[in-house]
Design a protein around this ligand. Sequence first.
Ligand code: PMP
Length: 403
Amino acid sequence: MPDVFDKCRDWETHRIFKSAGLYPFAPAVEEVRSPSEVRVGGRWIIMAASNDYLGLSADPRVQEAAREAIGTRGTSCSGSRLANGTHVLHLELEERLAAFLHREAALALSTGYQTNLAVSALLGGDEVVLSDQDNHASLRDAVRLGGAVERVFRHNDMEHLRWLLADTRPGTGVLIVTEGVFSMAGDMCDLPRITELAGRYGARLMLDCAHDLGVLGAAGRGVPELLGLESGVDLVMTTFSKSLASLGGALAGEADVIDYIRHWASPAVFSAAMTPASVAAALKALDIVESEPEHRERVMRNAARLREGLRDLGYEAGQAPTPVVPVHVGDFMLCLRLWRALFDAGVFTGAVIHPAVRQGREMIRISATAAHTDAQIDRIVEAFGEAGRTVGVIGSRGAGRSR
Ligand code: PMP
């Protein structure tokens, strides 16, 4: 009988990583001086891969709230939301989020990943989910878990989405699922067209705002607020692991829908609730999002400075004004080598390779945060100049084009 463990012993990607001297691929952070400066392998380097967009994980008010919650409520809720794990803090966070997002209700779960999985409770039978090709893995997994039919439209291709809507059997329930800001390439969905199509065909729309909540829109309510289209979105999802400097996630929408998910979603029923510290940190970060827009302004300024510097070097660094700055490489090994050269130069970025993106779309992903200083942004750009020339992704005078 074949051994199911055999594949683990001779795993090609693993071998390639090792032979290229790139293992362990994700180095462990030893100490954190600020969200933009960490110690790895004994060296202090610039963190350019963290999604702590507003830099709030280092905010003393957020840290104190987490400490206080541990002191009064302990380190764990030791039970699921539907059993013993719900504390008044969870309810407070849900009420605050619902009010912030102008929705009837919200449900908070332990991770963003699980929050998306919870949408599986709504899906089943011959219902159809129309998913953008670049949707996060958790959104794709939710459809599989729910057992609905998934039809994937080409990334942001509205003609393809329209065709799929028109091709759906009349009488079938349809949920369109996409992201406000796409996690890897940092571009935005075409929300005006999507809301128009959803309305025209009677489909529901769910939007994952993991990367835009807290950052985009005058009040930080993400892409729907930025574009004035909040009423066209039926279900908003976000995580707390990015702008809200914590761990967890939430769905917000109609009270009946949220209650249904609360009672039927496996992550709410069968997995432990967010820890008190995570809830308290998210609550405090939400206060700051609501009262201090300067962090949003700072991160957007940093992202613009970064994109401009990279473009001057000849890189393709994305067009959308979001904190996610994708540096297109388009080749697996080249991407890993560039990542390594950047790391050696003291900049910790994200190497985005298959299966996080399609083959040929490999990139280095940088997250600008409000914590980066101008000097750090300039140093990141400088390192991209040095590393890109060493690896050969830009020309020797920095005037080439990234491939
Ligand atoms: N949705 C998107 C778009 C994401 O990028 C991520 C994580 N990067 C998640 C959901 C999952 O969130 P979390 O990491 O907080 O579980």
